[in-house]
Design a protein around this ligand. Sequence first.
Ligand code: SF4
Length: 186
Amino acid sequence: MLTSGECSEGAGVLEIQQDGYGFLRAENCQQGPNDVYISIAQIRRFNLRMGDYVEGKTRPQREGDRYSAMLYITSVNGLAETGEIINIDGAGNRVAETIFGHKKVYFVIGKNKLAEDYDKALWRARNIAGPKNAQRLNRKTPCAAKADRCYNCSSPDRICKVLSVFWGAPMGADCEVVLIKEDLGY
Ligand code: SF4
């Protein structure tokens, strides 16, 4: 969202994603082409909450943009020191956004997401990120009570439905990893 310059108008109901960033859903709280990306910093700066109605100026969309923002910023559930990036998702929206539709994707990753190799990064995503997110979202899953490990549940509330592994940037995509020297999220 911008406050001056060459802008368009943007408005909608804020939907905050698992990793803290959000979208203004412009059309009846449903995903749509007029959605506006809201960064974690903007959410914090303006103390925004899920469901808030927000309006303001946006950078104009350009051809090929999916949203009014040019960039897609997200975190991951596991980063192997050998280079693989692992994400687990419930609806698949976060995984999908990292793979296709944005000109540039930044993976902003805290040091707590680092694991020695692919197997350990996958283990971390399943046994640390999954249970902690299930607990945070009050899911009725066996992992949510203690967030101690994954039980590979078949609960209707299971949040682990989609797994993505990046062995490299998808063809034609521009991805960048930003490693932060502090713990960030799950
Ligand atoms: S598969 Fe089920 S038990 Fe395992 S982390 Fe996901 S929700 Fe929890």
